[in-house]
Design a protein around this ligand. Structure first.
Ligand SMILES: C[S@@+](CC[C@H](N)C(=O)[O-])C[C@H]1O[C@@H](n2cnc3c(N)ncnc32)[C@H](O)[C@@H]1O
Length: 253
């Protein structure tokens, strides 16, 4: 029997750095989620984005925050941002940009913001830059490690800074304990600390999480915030849903 198009093959196996053909993207969707259109990104189903010349590596097809989820996350971010103190501007930063699809949706729901993303992997960076120019998203993606790039980023003093934090989960997601936010690569806690140490701006953190989260790691991240709220979406079978941890520093909704 042919290999199943699953997380193992695309993220960790031979297809990781392989440019997927349309049938492979659709096969991943149907083999893994019973939906050939599962990897819809930039508001488009795979057949449409592929036809426009948009391409993804195997790893990014698995890692990307697909439309249904990114749209929901972005709506919740926009709602929280509306209750922030009045700011002269808004910057959205995605230190782990991947496909850029989450940035795409956040900027759709917070259209007055300017966006910037960082991506470490050379191939992912090149594809994402090209893909975003095809969809016409005016966002800057820098080929950089988030650590160096964050410390070099300048954001005007009183702007609201929205950070979307979704580093690779790697071994941090286990069937028994759920997602350990201190074991992602890098740990979510380190990213939150770096942002709070680097910027004096009012901050809105948005962290992609999983339905089951290792409780001590959740508490460890939440204690860094002035206010936080956890939301789990209902798009997948019970136990397999993604969610969003919102947190603020310097203000409360
Ligand atoms: C889980 S994916 C993010 C997916 C993204 N939310 C999307 O919608 O496509 C994480 C991305 O972060 C990149 N990455 C990993 N470590 C990084 C680092 N230190 N600095 C910048 N990017 C990094 C990976 O190459 C990968 O593309």
């Amino acid at each position: 029997m042919a290999d199943a198009y699953d997380r193992q093959l695309l993220l960790l196996g031979p297809k990781r750095n392989h440019l997927l053909e349309l049938w492979e993207v659709q096969r991943y969707g149907s083999d893994s989620y019973g939906d050939a259109d599962y990897v819809s990104i930039y508001g488009l189903p795979p057949a449409t984005w592929y036809d426009k010349g948009i391409r993804l590596l195997g790893r990014t097809a698995v890692e990307c925050t697909r439309d249904q989820l990114a749209d929901a996350i972005a709506r919740d971010i926009a709602k929280a941002a509306r209750s922030a103190p009045k700011a002269p501007g808004i910057t959205v930063i995605d230190p782990f940009a991947g496909s850029g699809n989450t940035l795409y949706w956040i900027l759709r729901h917070v259209p007055q913001a300017q966006g910037v993303g960082f991506e470490l992997d050379q191939q992912v960076f090149q594809l994402t830059n090209r893909n975003l120019s095809i969809v016409g998203l005016p966002v800057e993606i820098r080929h950089a490690d988030y650590l160096a790039a964050l410390t070099e980023l300048s954001v005007a003093d009183e702007e609201l800074l929205i950070a979307f934090v979704a580093p690779p989960w790697g071994e941090a997601l286990s069937a028994s304990a759920g997602l350990d936010l201190l074991e992602t690569t890098p740990p979510v806690s380190d990213v939150v600390d770096l942002l709070t140490q680097t910027f004096t701006n009012p901050l809105l953190f948005s962290i992609q999480v999983y339905e089951r989260i290792e409780p001590a790691s959740l508490a460890e991240v939440r204690r860094r915030f002035d206010w936080s709220a956890l939301r789990i979406y209902d798009f997948s079978p019970k136990g397999q849903n993604h969610g969003l941890l919102l947190g603020t520093r310097g203000w409360r909704p």
